[in-house]
Structures are given as C-alpha cells and as structure tokens.
Design a binder for this molecule. Structure first.
Ligand SMILES: [Zn+2]
Length: 545
C-alpha cells in the first residue's frame, strides 16, 4: 500500500516537472549578431589575459563558447562570410561567391552588393548604389520579419557596405555603412529608404567622426604587449606618408594621403565609431523595447583593415583587439540597461580568419609564399593557345577560378571537358598550385570531406568558374607585407563562435561546428522558420529549452 502511494507521488512529481519543462522559453526582445571581420579563433586565447572581465571574457564565461568552429567552404572572403553566417548556408546556395566575381552573363566583374537600380541616400557617391539583390536566399533576420508580419525590426550596421547589407538581408528596415573620403558619414540606399532618419542625420552632424582623426597610440604601455612581434619589422605595410609602421600614428596629418576620413576605418577608432553608431541605432529605432524580437546585425570592419595592413602578429592587431574588448563591454552594458539583462541574445563570430604574413613565416622556416597571378594568367593563356590553336578560350581568372569562354569553345568545336582536363593538367604542374578540381568533378559527385568538400560548398553552379585551383599552404596573392585570407586552411577557417544571453545555456564545447549552423540555431531559439537555403543544423547543445 505504502509503495503504491509512493509511486503516485513520484508520478505527480515527474509530471509536474515535465509540465514545467514544456513551458516555452521567453523569446529574446532583441538579437544582436556580431561579426568581427578577420577574427581568428586564437585571438580569443592569444589576448585572453589582457581582456577585461566585462567584454569578451563576459561573453565566454556567461555564454556558450564553440571552440572548434569553422568555415566549411572556399573562398573565405568578407562577402561570402557575412552571407553564410546570416543565411545558414554556403556560396553554393546563397550565390555570394566572392567580394567581386566575374559575371558570365554580363561579361564583366561585379561587386557582391552592387545594384545599379538603386540611388545613394545621404551621399551622391556611387558608394550608396548598393543592395542585397545578388544574395539568392533569405537571412534569419528575413525569416524573423516574415514571422512577425514585418513587426520585428532589422537594422544593419557596419563600416563596410557588404558587412552591413548582406547580414541585414532583403527585408531590413535599413542597413547603414560608412562612406569615408571627404564626407565621413553613414549612408544607405533607396533600396531601404528615401532619406536618412533624423537620428542618422544627427549622428552625421555631431562631429563624432571628425573626433576620431586623432593620435593612435597603444591603449596600454607598449612594453606590456607581449602577445605580438616587435613594433618595427619587415612584415608590415603601414600608412602612406609615415616611413615606419610604428606607434604612434597621427591620423589627422596622415589622413590626406590615406583616404581622408577613410583612414579611421583602418584603425581601432573605426570600431569605436561603429559602436557609437550601433548605440545610436538601438535608441533611434527603439530596438528591443517590446516583446516582438528585433535584430541588430553588427559587423566590426576595422579589425580586417588593421590585419591586412599590419599582419596577424603585429602590435597594431593586439592593440585593436584590446580596444575592441572595450567596445564589446560598452555594448553589453548598454544592452543590460536599455533592453534588460537576460532579455537579449548575442552571437559573436567572424567572416574569415587570416594567414600569418608569409614572409614572416618564411623567416621562421615555415613554408609560405607569394603567387604571381598576372604571370600565371599570361602563361596559362599561352599554354592553351599552343594546345588548341585558338585565342581567348579563357575568359577570366578570379578567386582561384578559371572561367571559359563558352561561345569561343562552341565556335571552335572544342568540348568543355577537353579544355577542363587540359587546364587542370597544366595547373597541377605549377609548383605553387597544390590541388585542382574541375566543374565536371564538382557537379558529378558529392564530396563529404577535405578540401573538395570545401570547394564544392563554395561552388555555385550558375556563377562559379570551370576549373578551381588551390595554392600551397600560406601562399597568397598579396604584397609581402600584411596578412590576407581566402583559403580552406585552418588559419582562414577557424573562427570564434560565442552565444550569450536569452535562451543560451552557459558552457563550451570542442565538438566541431560550422558557420552555416549559426542561422538555424538562431531560428530554433526564436521558434521561426529557417532561412530558405539553410544547410547547417541547430547547435542544440547550447539551446536552453
Ligand atoms: Zn572580411
């Protein structure tokens, strides 16, 4: 008898708990998705000891840290990176195959956010003729707009147009980006609005931008910057008009030879400016102030400009991340007060990593090098002419892809596969080319591992070329100073991913996750439909439900 009562009590207890677990978690009032341009995963660990408790460290310790997070496609550039984070898929489906690529129909190179049909707003410059028209699938912020009958807002913010436009998606209320030059202001296009709202006009007129044309010196004593190489070395480009790439930099006097207001973007002050503008956007647009989820898509572009200019191992990169830590802290503190602690969700990731400067790697006996793409183009054209006795069979070479001229092939009665095989045969004999794959191979089978899988995920059947080649590790088409990116090697693919706030269970994992998993995870957290082309899967281990 006693046992029976005990069983009933147990069952009641279990069902009560079960009912509690079934309660739908409160949706966040706001999602802030942060992309840090060119942030390698190891920047978190490399600068960890110098971060304060309220910035990156707070995200990691209170949030969920994915330590083995990667890009799963090539090429790892800014346009494809931002598109992949927000659409939950790869260039194969969203169609952003580079920052620029050769448009086979137009017969010319196009830029990933170019749109001739729209007009600039806030400037007369063609820097405003931009929209997400080339992005083929939806973003998770688009899905939120559809789900909320367009009541949940989306605002995009970045210095770079593509860092603002691609994340904000097709249905954004607005995306804003920075136009430097002699104007120095945030602009948009008629794709979103016919004019700048008052809060943007006020921001542009506030003198904020001009205030950053000041001296850039290290935030702390440079002697304490032990996570980077010496300040003066042979591997940094620096600014035009200053002989050495060494602190301090007087931005006001250097601005004339370095893009006027544009020089701000190439310093950590560009991230300060982005933060100022993001806070103004949160207030100006009343984001996160009711129970319908809004999105702020935020990208910090200056990290990329500094990395390109000074290289992965520079004091300038170290300083830029110590300062970005302050920006993150400022943003979190603002959101705690404005939206409320636990009422918003943040994710932070990157759009690609970067390679250590190859000339530096060579100096410490690690293989690396520089590929002369202009010479390669000449040599390949000559080879093809000798083989087929026809001119102009190759139409374009860009982003490691060789595009054929189909009209010429048809006229000369040369089979596509015949040319594919011949070009691939030539490519693999080049000492700096490591791997080659053809269109026929990429469309004829599904690759599930290694570089071929990455190439396939980056290959868009309509937009990509006919032969794809891969350079040796740490071999780049770039100047001998500064860092770049684009490959499928881990220095370019390994990125941070931290989720934080509403709906997120604290923790960490070393299990592999991939960039296209982010958008489906956000969609799951909100209980909304996945982006139309999503190929990633929700990272359920961190979902607090
Ligand atoms: Zn980038």
């Amino acid at each position: 008898m006693k046992a029976k009562y005990l069983l009933i009590i147990c069952l009641l207890f279990i069902s009560k708990n079960y009912a509690q677990k079934r309660e739908e978690p409160q949706k966040p009032k706001l999602v802030v998705g942060i992309v840090v341009d060119q942030m390698r995963y190891d920047y978190l660990t490399r600068f960890w000891d110098r971060f304060e408790d309220d910035g990156f460290k707070r995200l990691v310790t209170e949030g969920y840290n994915f330590k083995n997070h990667h890009f799963n496609y090539v090429p790892t550039y800014t346009g494809p990176g931002h598109a992949s984070v927000w659409t939950g898929t790869t260039p194969m489906n969203h169609g952003i195959i580079g920052n620029n690529w050769f448009d086979k129909v137009k017969g010319e190179s196009v830029y990933c956010t170019d749109d001739d049909s729209v007009s600039p707003v806030g400037t007369n410059s063609k820097a405003g003729k931009m929209s997400p028209v080339l992005l083929k699938t939806t973003t998770v912020s688009d899905q939120n707009r559809l789900h909320t009958q367009m009541k949940g807002k989306t605002i995009g913010v970045a210095l770079k147009d593509r860092g603002s436009i691609l994340p904000a998606g097709h249905t954004a209320n607005a995306a804003y980006w920075f136009y430097g030059g002699n104007e120095g202001k945030f602009i948009t296009s008629s794709f979103y609005r016919v004019d700048l709202p008052k809060w943007v006009q006020d921001f542009n007129n506030s003198g904020k931008v001009e205030s950053y044309l000041k001296e850039w010196n290290t935030l702390y004593d440079i002697e304490t910057y032990t996570a980077s190489g010496i300040d003066e070395n042979d591997f940094e480009r620096g600014f035009t008009g200053k002989e050495t790439a060494t602190f301090p930099y007087d931005l006001k006097s250097l601005s004339g030879k370095n893009g006027d207001f544009g020089i701000i973007s190439s310093t950590p002050f560009g991230n300060d400016l982005t933060t100022d503008f993001a806070l103004a956007a949160l207030k100006g647009e009343n984001l996160g102030q009711d129970n319908i989820t809004d999105f702020l898509t935020l990208s910090f572009s200056s990290t990329d400009y500094v990395g390109h200019n000074f290289g992965v191992n520079s004091k300038e990169v170290e300083d830029t991340y110590l300062r970005l830590d302050k920006n993150i802290a400022k943003l979190l503190e603002f959101l705690d007060n404005y939206v409320g602690k636990g009422e918003y969700t943040i994710f932070l990731t990157a759009d690609h990593g970067a390679v250590d400067v190859p000339s530096y790697l060579q100096s410490v006996k690690i293989p690396g090098g520089y590929f002369d793409d202009i010479q390669f183009t000449k040599d390949l054209e000559e080879y093809v002419f000798n083989e087929f006795n026809e001119e102009d069979l190759i139409q374009n070479i860009s982003n490691g892809q060789i595009f054929f001229n189909y009209e010429k092939l048809k006229d000369a009665n040369i089979g596509v596969e015949e040319l594919e095989n011949s070009v691939a045969f030539y490519c693999i004999q080049q000492t700096q080319i490591d791997k080659v794959v053809t269109r026929s191979q990429l469309t004829g089978a599904n690759f599930s591992s290694g570089i071929r899988e990455l190439l396939q995920n980056g290959f868009n059947q309509k937009r990509s070329g006919d032969v794809v080649f891969v350079l040796n590790p740490a071999t780049i088409v770039y100047s001998k100073t500064g860092s770049t990116h684009g490959s499928g090697l881990t220095y370019d693919t390994h990125a941070p991913l931290i989720f934080f706030g509403a709906g997120v269970k604290p923790g960490s994992t070393t299990e592999r996750s991939e960039i296209p998993d982010i958008a489906p995870t956000v969609a799951s957290l909100l209980g909304i439909a996945f982006p139309s082309g999503a190929s990633g899967a929700p990272l359920y281990m961190m979902l607090d439900q």
